[in-house]
Ligand binder design. Structure first.
Ligand code: PLP
Length: 402
């Protein structure tokens, strides 16, 4: 007899490593430890005042009731305008879906479409949740490793080699969490050439870090770079990262009508529409003044330069300069096989993560959680002072390894 309360499908997955690491860092801070926390997956800024005010005004107007499952008309129209303005993508209103964060968009898309055994191509390093959401829905994640030498990006050859008759989806994330890699228009066109040859493959592009892009690079999304793929691409985005709105839980997508309809049907029997006041706030974020997006982008670019410089000045670490998002993914192979001052051998990046937390109170994530080791993932969504202090401590800890 089965004793566990958990359904069998739950045994296929593990809790989100990034959420768990953040929770542990928070616990240690609450217990009085001086932790330098590089685990944050969210901007350290507050939501701009005009956005919060729009939510309050909506509540006062009585916009506190259920909304249509796929989102209010006003927000969906703001999203359509955003896609046209920023991405050159045109969608009808019934091609837009709003959900409780981009995470729910991804979850709904996979639940609504994946059959038992369907394959979903996930380039690694990947955002921790992709493989587990695939597994939970009975799919098989096909992990394609993208090396540091290739800038952590999927190549057309590697994509071609991963596609089989069972491939249902490719998940593409640019700028990437955890590496900050950004695909250029030419690179997307190269991947598009492969995808055009395999008409049974759908593509999910996770563009949540779209506005956090550096070095003057142009942001391009796949459905715009390769219009022939528009009919089988789900373009996912959200307000969490660009507008410091992670707690408001609003993500959205534009895509082919039959797919959006299937996701709407699923949400109508699970969560219903996203929160009404959050939707009013998201509408203001997309339609109101955009200066916060640029000022926070500039702040992140300065912090990126600082953290890359400091990490690369430590003997043994090698850190590529990310072109987007707010993460760095330094390689730490030089420390594998070394021992701590207490005589514990560092065998994996997970060991190194634990050592940094115990020895110098610096919280980071291990590359293993993101599908490519030996690496660490550090978020630079924290102040320059904390970045300097954290890197100083990391240097002390790494130099003490023998
Ligand atoms: N996609 C990526 C790549 C992310 O890093 C995150 C959050 O960390 C999400 C999606 C989820 O965003 P949301 O807050 O909209 O659910």
């Amino acid at each position: 007899m089965k004793l566990s309360i958990e359904a069998t499908r739950m045994t296929r997955i593990k809790p989100s490593a990034s959420i768990a690491a953040k929770a542990l860092a928070n616990e240690l801070v609450a217990a009085g430890h001086d932790i330098v926390d590089f685990t944050a997956g969210e901007p350290d800024f507050d939501t701009p005042e005009h956005i919060s005010a729009a939510a309050y005004e909506a509540a006062k107007r009585g916009e506190t009731r259920y909304t249509p499952t796929s989102g209010t008309v006003a927000l969906r129209d703001a999203i359509r305008a955003k896609f046209a303005r920023d991405n050159g993508l045109n969608y009808d209103r019934n091609q837009i879906l709003v959900a409780n964060g981009a995470k729910q968009v991804i979850y709904s898309a996979l639940t609504a479409t994946v059959e038992e055994g369907d394959e979903v191509i996930v380039p690694a390093p990947y955002w921790v949740s992709y493989p587990d959401i695939v597994l939970l829905n009975g799919g098989a994640p096909v992990i394609v490793t993208c090396s540091q030498e290739a800038g952590f990006k999927l190549t057309p050859e590697a994509l071609e080699g991963a596609i089989t008759a069972k491939t249902k989806w490719l998940i593409l994330n640019s700028p990437s969490n955890p590496t900050g890699a950004v695909y250029s228009r030419e690179e997307l066109i190269g991947l598009g050439e492969v995808l055009k040859r395999h008409s049974h493959v759908w593509i999910m592009t996770d563009d949540i870090y779209e506005h956090l892009i550096y070095d003057g690079l142009e942001y391009v999304t796949l459905a715009a770079a390769v219009p022939q793929l528009y009919d089988r691409t789900l373009t996912i985005n959200g307000v969490s990262k660009a507008y410091a709105m992670t707690g408001w839980r609003i993500g959205y997508a534009g895509g082919p009508r039959p797919l959006i309809a299937a996701m709407d049907k699923l949400m109508s029997q699970s969560t219903g529409g996203a929160g009404s006041v959050s939707q009013a706030a998201a509408r203001e974020a997309l339609e109101g003044p955009q200066d916060f997006v640029e000022s926070s982008r500039q702040a992140f670019e300065g912090r990126r330069d600082l953290i890359v410089k400091l990490l690369n000045s430590i003997n043994g670490t090698r850190c590529l300069t990310p072109n987007g998002a707010f993460y760095v993914y330094p390689e730490c192979g030089a420390f594998m096989g070394k021992s701590t001052p207490h005589g514990k051998r560092i065998e994996t990046d997970k060991d190194l993560q634990l050592y940094l937390l115990e020895a110098v109170k610096v919280a980071v994530l291990d590359g293993g959680a993101y599908g490519l080791s030996p690496h660490l993932r550090l978020s630079f969504a924290t102040s320059s002072q904390r970045i300097e202090e954290g890197c100083r401590r990391i240097a002390v800890a790494l130099e003490a390894l023998r």
